[in-house]
Design a binder for this molecule. Sequence first.
Ligand SMILES: [Zn+2]
Length: 272
Amino acid sequence: MTVDVEDFFHVSAFESVISPDNWQQFKPRVDINTRRLLDLFASHNVKSTFFVLGWVAERYPDLIKEIHQQGHEIASHGYAHQRATKQTPEVFKQDVLRSLNHLEDLLGEKILGYRAPSFSIGYTNEWAFEILAELGFKYSSSTYPVKHDLYGTPDWPRFAYQRKEGITEIPIPTHRVLGRQTPIGGGGYFRLYPYALTKFLVKSYLKKEQQPYSFYFHPWEIDENQPKVAGASAKSNFRHYINLDKTYGKLDKLLDDFSWDTMRNVYNITVD
Ligand SMILES: [Zn+2]
C-alpha cells in the first residue's frame, strides 16, 4: 500500500495553471486528509509506505513524525513535484537530495525508497536511477509500463526487478490483455472504475502474475471538499475531480479485501 503525500495544488494535472511560486496562495489540506487516512489504516491494522513530498515535510514535520510513529514507512517523493523528464541530472539530484536530507534529519533513520512525480522516469532519463543509487536509495517505484499521454514505459519490465545501477525498481501494476497493458495501480483509475472492477482486476493480477500487487493514491483523493482550481483543461478537471466523494468508501473496502504492508516489507528491501 502506498500514499503519495502531496496536496491538491501540487499535482501534475494542474502544473500549467499553478506554478510552485503560487503554492503558498493555497490553504493546505494535506495535513487533515493524511490524518484521516492514518485513522482509516489504523482501523484496518494496515501499514503503508508514504512517499512524502519535501515541501509537505518541511511544513508539517509533526505529521511526518506521526505517520512514522504509527509504524508506517516514510519514503521520498522529491521536493518540489517537478517531473524528472523536465529536469537536468543536476537539478533532479538537488531536488531529491533536499527532500532526502530533510526526512533523514527529521526521523533519524535511513530512507530507502523514492517515487518520481508522475512516474517520470523512463526512456529519456535512465540517468535518474544512477543518481538515486548514488544517494543511497535501495528502491524506486517510478515507472508505469503503460502508454499514457503524460508518462509510461510500455516495454519495460512489469514486475519488481534489480537495475544495473544497483537499485530495485518496483513498477506500478498493469493488467495485460492481448499484448497491451492497462493501468490498474490506483489513482484516477481507482476513482473512475466501480469498486467491483478494481477488486476483480487485483484478484486476477495476483492469481495470474503470482506477484505482489502495489496500490497508490493521494490524500486529496478522499477530499470532496477541496477548493476547485480555476483554468485547468477539461481533461485535467475530469482526471482530478471524478468520484472524489466515493474514494474513501472504496478504499475502506480495498483495505478489507486484501492484505497490505509497506514496500520495504513486501519487496524485502534491506539496509546493508
Ligand atoms: Zn505526486
